[in-house]
Design a protein around this ligand. Structure first.
Ligand SMILES: Cc1cc2nc3c(=O)[nH]c(=O)nc-3n(C[C@H](O)[C@H](O)[C@H](O)COP(=O)(O)OP(=O)(O)OC[C@H]3O[C@@H](n4cnc5c(N)ncnc54)[C@H](O)[C@@H]3O)c2cc1C
Ligand SMILES: *[C@@H]1O[C@H](CO)[C@@H](O)[C@H](O)[C@H]1NC(C)=O
Ligand SMILES: *[C@@H]1O[C@H](CO)[C@@H](O)[C@H](O)[C@H]1NC(C)=O
Ligand SMILES: CC(=O)N[C@H]1CO[C@H](CO)[C@@H](O)[C@@H]1O
Length: 341
């Protein structure tokens, strides 16, 4: 019997994956996703969608590694199934190169990705401006396919989707028993969390079908990720810039940076430029909260602030958010559930 009404606010990568997890793990819940924007208009639609973690300063490293491993395992199974093409999930191998030796030759996630090793001198000959490199195989989500596939999976589980901006969670009081907050950068306005801030990232989608490997400068500022119909070139990190408009001057910088790393990109034809706001935070906010206002009570689970690493972590954080929802279920006033029995 479905007795618990859950609303997930935010229909981006984090909201959809959380809604899918709840609808699969907690059959007693009906789940509705309410969001101002959906794919192709979310942050994830701009991203290359490659699984290479960025460490959060204030989340314990073991927990980040666990989230990454859960996400990697989930996507590994999809990549290795008949659904891979529709979901846009596949393996991608390549090189991460550094101009100076990084502090850690083996990042915390080295044994989650496949075949991680340091590059040989012969391999480094491809990158004459770099002195050190790592090579491995990881997974990549083509967001234009992956996000609609997630949404379809959610609807197949009986989930509902509503396009709407929420001005206050109290709008949902009475209609839902538990509210899950997956609004990314929207949390700054919606709940006034001063710890979450935008880091604008701009990318170019180019036509370079001859490139089959990812190439990433370890400084995180220059990267080349081959996708299904295009290759994503990046990028930029502009803190506290709220503009979603790509800056034409930046396009030339991105092309210059990437051509230095991969000379065959000189003069490549640009298909599109795009920009998105990474919802940056010292730690992902993953916790439950009971909110009170004027004698009313609302159970909330937060899951936002994935910064530059949403794709790398989203299944791990969705599973944790699902556990938090499960823990709230017995706490909800028995009048709520009884009235519907
Ligand atoms: C250029 C760029 C490249 C990236 N590359 C990678 C990569 O290679 N690998 C990786 O792991 N990550 C990457 N990322 C990061 C990744 O894209 C993000 O971490 C992820 O998309 C965040 O997802 P989200 O669902 O939290 O946010 P969003 O996609 O922003 O979703 C938030 C949703 O909430 C909705 N919303 C907000 N406020 C409200 C409200 N008040 N009412 C209703 N709805 C609301 C919005 O409309 C939106 O749909 C990249 C990001 C950028 C910008
Ligand atoms: C995405 O944004 C465009 C332009 O604002 C709009 O026309 C389109 O309906 C949006 N798509 C979705 C799925 O919200
Ligand atoms: C790739 O291009 C083909 C042909 O133009 C198109 O049908 C398909 O939808 C595109 N796929 C993606 C993921 O963009
Ligand atoms: C969308 C949402 O649930 N927003 C709420 C997030 O949590 C804070 C409390 O920390 C609420 O005030 C917001 O309204």
């Amino acid at each position: 019997m479905k007795t618990v009404r859950v609303a997930v606010i935010g229909g981006g990568l984090v909201g959809l994956s959380t809604a899918v997890c709840i609808s699969e793990a907690l059959p007693q819940c009906t789940v509705t996703v309410i969001s101002e924007k959906f794919s192709p208009n979310t942050t994830g639609d701009v991203a290359a969608g490659c699984l290479i973690p960025h460490a959060f300063e204030e989340t314990p490293i073991q927990e980040q590694k666990y989230w990454f491993r859960q996400t990697f395992d989930f996507l590994f199974n999809i990549a290795n199934s008949a659904e891979a093409a529709e979901a846009g999930v596949g393996f991608l191998s390549g090189w991460q190169v550094y101009k100076a030796q990084p502090e850690e030759h083996f990042p915390f996630w080295w044994d989650v990705v496949l075949g991680f090793r340091l590059m040989t001198e012969n391999e480094m000959a491809k990158f004459p401006h770099h002195r050190f490199g790592q090579t491995f195989t990881t997974l990549k989500c083509q967001s234009g396919l992956y996000l609609p596939w997630m949404e379809k999976r959610f609807k197949n589980n009986g989930g509902d989707v509503i396009t709407k901006k929420i001005d206050s969670i109290w709008q949902l009081n009475g209609k839902y028993d538990i509210v899950v907050n997956c609004t990314g950068i929207g949390s700054r306005e919606l709940i006034g969390d001063p710890l979450v801030y935008p880091v604008k990232g701009q990318v170019l989608k180019v036509h370079a079908p001859w490139l089959k490997h990812f190439i990433r400068d370890g400084d995180g500022n220059t990267y080349i990720y081959p996708g299904i119909n295009d290759t994503t070139l990046g990028g930029t990190r502009h803190k506290n810039d709220w503009s979603l408009l790509p800056d034409p001057n930046v396009n030339k910088e991105i092309l210059d940076q990437c051509s230095k790393l991969e000379p065959s990109l000189q003069g490549v034809s640009v298909i599109q430029d795009m920009a998105g706001l990474r919802p940056m935070r010292p730690a992902v906010r993953l916790e439950k909260e009971v909110c009170y206002m004027d004698g009313r009570k609302l159970h909330v689970v937060h899951n936002y602030g994935h910064g530059a690493g949403g794709f790398s972590m989203h299944i791990g954080t969705a599973k944790k958010a699902t556990r938090l929802v499960e823990e709230l279920i017995p706490l909800m006033g028995s009048c709520n559930t009884k009235s519907k029995l």
